[in-house]
Design a protein around this ligand. Structure first.
Ligand code: NAP
Length: 270
């Protein structure tokens, strides 16, 4: 039996085990997916230990995504984003661990699933943390013109300097940017803990496609406001699904059974 897993701290609430195990079951792969909670400064030891134990693949979440970068041979996209959320262990763990960032594919595949084109489109990413970095690179690589808006302005400006042809600024710039945008991603945690939104409802419009990285609650205030404005709405569960699908495909080399994984994820979210 193969063992896959997630390192994070905390990881108690993770939806990844049922989602991935539904994928293994659908393809007849003899594997289980478990969660591990190393101490916050133990990212490198956790990766080394997993390799030694023959763990087949690891996902990585808060607070380890940046620290794991130093413990793996990271692919160029993960290197540019500055965060790894998926580790593969070549040669049964004897090879150098490989690091990937599948949050970026989580963004682009979510838009593709909803038939939203990205090439040549004006995109606004709200947030410049880990999810914001992944979204900004993913959208730029897909050909969108990206503007990053963040509460802490200098983080947005720094991120925009790393992303091809991107601009960055504070949240006050949303007034001008969102009405002219085709695509909007909320990559802040606003909307998770309380019924709040990072983007005033009056800025939303019917030509917009809105992806909210927040997946709990399933319907955030931003998505409700966007639907009321006639926008295309994409919940964070899609991004969560497709980052998992991309990891599954890198680990197994098989096309992931997307619908089975989606059904398991939705059931676990309820
Ligand atoms: P992070 O690195 O801690 O970044 C948090 C971001 O939220 C920063 O840009 C921060 O702005 C902003 N923020 C926090 N509180 C705010 C407030 N009250 N008003 C305005 N901005 C605020 O976190 P992360 O890893 O990027 O995650 C962000 C969200 O994305 C979380 O809800 C997470 O669950 C979600 N996420 C979802 C997926 C998925 O697959 N669906 C994947 C990754 C993350 P400052 O820079 O000013 O602090």
């Amino acid at each position: 039996m193969d063992v896959y897993g997630l390192i994070g701290n905390p990881v108690g609430h993770s939806l990844s085990p049922p989602m991935h195990e539904a994928g293994y079951d659908a393809l007849g792969i003899d594997a289980r997916y478990v969660t591990f909670e190393p101490a916050p400064d133990d990212a490198a030891r956790a990766v080394e230990g997993a390799a030694a134990l023959g763990v087949a693949g690891l996902n990585v979440t808060i607070p380890f995504k940046r620290d794991v970068l130093a413990a793996v041979d990271a692919d160029p996209l993960a290197e540019r984003i500055g965060a790894v959320n998926t580790v593969a262990f070549p040669d049964g763990g004897s090879g150098t661990p490989r690091g990937y960032n599948t949050d970026a594919a989580g963004v682009t595949r979510s838009f593709a699933r909803h038939d939203v084109p990205l090439g040549g489109r004006d995109a606004v990413v709200v947030g410049a943390g880990g999810a914001g970095r992944a979204a900004a690179f993913a959208l730029a690589d897909a050909g969108a013109d990206v503007h990053v808006a963040n509460r802490t302005t200098e983080r947005a400006v720094e991120l925009a300097a790393d992303v091809p042809d991107a601009t960055g600024g504070g949240l006050d710039g949303l007034d001008e940017r969102v009405p002219a945008a085709d695509v909007l991603v909320n990559a802040t945690s606003v909307g998770m803990e309380e019924d709040a939104t990072p983007v005033p409802a009056e800025l939303l419009h019917g030509d917009l496609a809105v992806l909210d990285a927040v997946y709990a609650p399933i319907e955030t205030r931003l998505l409700r406001d966007a639907a009321a404005a006639g926008a295309t709405t994409i919940g964070g569960a899609w991004m969560l699904l497709y980052q998992g699908v991309e990891a599954f495909e890198r680990w197994t080399g098989e096309d992931a059974p997307v619908e089975e994984m989606n059904a398991a994820l939705r059931a676990a979210l309820e």
